[in-house]
Design a binder for this molecule. Structure first.
Ligand code: IMP
Length: 520
């Protein structure tokens, strides 16, 4: 991809259109066979990173699982390590195995599979009690034994109910504006930068009670200043939410209650021998030719603290760059396959942000007959693709696919290949509206620039492309069975973005997955 990709002119877009959609054009997807791959000499073989290309919920978890299976199809690979390098319980990766569905939040995807190990690295903010709930749920749902398979960095940041209480105070100070998922992610990272947060090593220390009591008492003073009683503040109750499958809260409780809850999680962490110096594991696996390593991003580039739509961003580094400060061992340049996952026919997001390509859609919808054609498309997408937050259950906002945003994200995110999910979300006889860029109020073509302030006064520029029957895509098991307009569409995206599409998903089931040349 060259820099120019960020500001394509209408003429360039039309040229790509003519090349891709002419009767004589040859459709090639994936890495072009005739072009040499980039210099691979510095890369560690059998490594891949998967990050989100838009605003999260693109399908990273199932891509990670698919890559795991692909790694194991190589005779020399005996173990796969999946490394989560940022985020915490704000993430929600939907997974499926033999028709059973579940969501993972902090634990790396694929850990239920034999010979797969998970590392929760130091760039994460870890809620210990929620981790225990999630770990036990994965064991129960997948009928697997995770003992000895998960490693938690001793320098990861502890995210506790105190951070969730802080998030509530922040909301109160910001006149109710939500901002985050309520899982305490922002305050936990803010505490780290302010050198106030406690690490997992503080939780395992012998005087942990004093350290966490101090944290509680400090926050107690702060909450009183704002007229709150910390013990009575209601924070998300992850265990009850999981058990009842609906959002539940609990109070932070007294200092004693807070410490007792932590004590239980601490005992479990220590009993399972989960906490370790992950740097040493990285040193060992780096040189082990039988080990493949997968870096699993949570959230996505559009939510990156610096490259996302600030202030509606998460607090961590969601690009491949995040691997470096988190593992303190791997450089992003050592990763062989650098993949971003995007939704193929639309973009979606959950949060306060209003993107230029957003389709205003009421929720719930009472009068369907009064919807505009754009709204009907958004309604179809939300319903068919079940666009509701995995973590929060909130209806997601639907946007036309935004190549300005995605082009920027893949360029800055360190990405070299794309997986396009939701290819089945398409209706025959209806064009797909693709935003290829923006004009400002003076009519000039302008590049996507991160930050919410730069999303105002942009006029999205659309091109309408032939669609296909999503049901046919759902039945396809190979490239040859995909409708031609679906292939042309992917080829168009690949040309505009300057990054090869190496796989697609054709439905919500685990095996609804078709790969193209260069996937692994
Ligand atoms: P936080 O990460 O909880 O602080 O939330 C900050 C913003 O990121 C909010 O707009 C959230 O809705 C959004 N967000 C955080 N995690 C995810 C995710 O995994 N998927 C989609 N949006 C997310």
């Amino acid at each position: 991809m060259d820099l120019n990709t960020l500001t394509k002119s209408r003429d360039q877009i039309d040229l790509i259109y003519r090349q891709v959609y002419s009767n004589t054009s040859h459709i090639e997807l994936g890495w072009p066979r005739h072009e040499p791959r980039v210099d691979l000499s510095l890369r560690r073989p059998y490594t891949a990173a998967v990050i989100g290309g838009a605003f999260g919920d693109e399908g990273k978890g199932r891509t990670v699982v698919n890559l795991i299976h692909n790694f194991f199809s190589k005779q020399e690979i005996k173990k796969v390590y999946v490394v989560r390098f940022q985020g915490g319980n704000n993430a929600g990766h939907s997974l499926e195995m033999n028709g059973i569905k579940w969501a993972q939040h902090q634990v790396p995807s694929g850990i239920h599979l034999p010979s797969v190990y998970g590392i929760m690295d130091s760039g994460m903010v870890i809620h210990a009690e929620d981790l225990m709930t999630e770990y036990l749920q994965i064991e129960r749902v997948t009928k697997s034994n995770l003992k000895g398979k998960l490693f938690v960095s001793n320098t990861a940041v502890v995210c506790s109910d105190l951070d969730r209480a802080k998030e509530i105070i922040n909301r109160f100070l910001n006149s109710g504006a939500k901002g985050g998922t309520g899982r305490g992610i922002g305050p936990a990272y803010a505490g780290y930068y302010d050198r106030q947060s406690l690490l997992i090593s503080d939780l395992t220390a012998s005087d942990w009670r004093q350290r966490f009591s101090k944290l509680y008492k400090n926050l107690d003073k702060l909450t009183h200043i704002h007229g709150f009683d910390l013990s009575q503040m209601e924070v998300p109750d992850f265990a009850a939410t999981k058990a009842k499958n609906k959002s539940c809260n609990r109070t932070v409780g007294s200092l004693q209650v807070f410490i007792d809850r932590l004590a239980q999680a601490r005992k479990w962490l220590l009993g399972q021998k989960l906490v370790t110096n992950t740097f040493v594991i990285h040193q060992q696996i780096f040189d082990d030719a039988q080990v493949a390593v997968l870096f699993e991003g949570a959230q996505s580039v559009g939510l990156d603290a610096w490259l996302g739509t600030y202030p509606d961003v998460t607090a961590s580094n969601t690009t491949l760059y995040g691997i470096q400060p988190s593992t303190k061992f791997w450089k992003q340049s050592q990763v062989w396959h650098r993949i971003a996952v995007i939704k193929a026919t639309y973009t979606s997001s959950v949060g306060e942000r209003q993107m230029p390509t957003q389709i205003d859609l009421p929720f719930p919808i009472t009068k369907k007959q009064e919807l505009s054609s754009d709204q009907q498309w958004a309604d179809y997408v939300r319903t068919e693709a079940h666009e509701f937050g995995t973590t929060t259950g909130r209806p997601r906002d639907i946007q036309f696919i935004d190549l300005g945003l995605i082009g920027y994200n893949v360029f800055m995110g360190g990405v070299e290949a794309l997986v396009a999910t939701h290819m089945d979300i398409a209706r025959a006889r209806e064009k797909i509206k693709v935003c290829w860029g923006y004009r400002n109020l003076d009519g000039e073509v302008v590049a996507y620039q991160p930050g919410l302030i730069y999303q105002q006064d942009l006029i999205p520029q659309y091109i309408e492309l032939p669609s296909w029957d999503g049901k046919k895509v759902m039945k396809a098991k190979s490239i040859a069975e995909l409708p031609e307009d679906a292939l042309r569409y992917l080829s168009f995206l690949q040309h505009v973005l300057g990054v090869p599409i190496v796989a697609i998903t054709t439905g919500s089931k685990e095996h609804d997955y078709i790969t193209f040349p260069g996937y692994l």
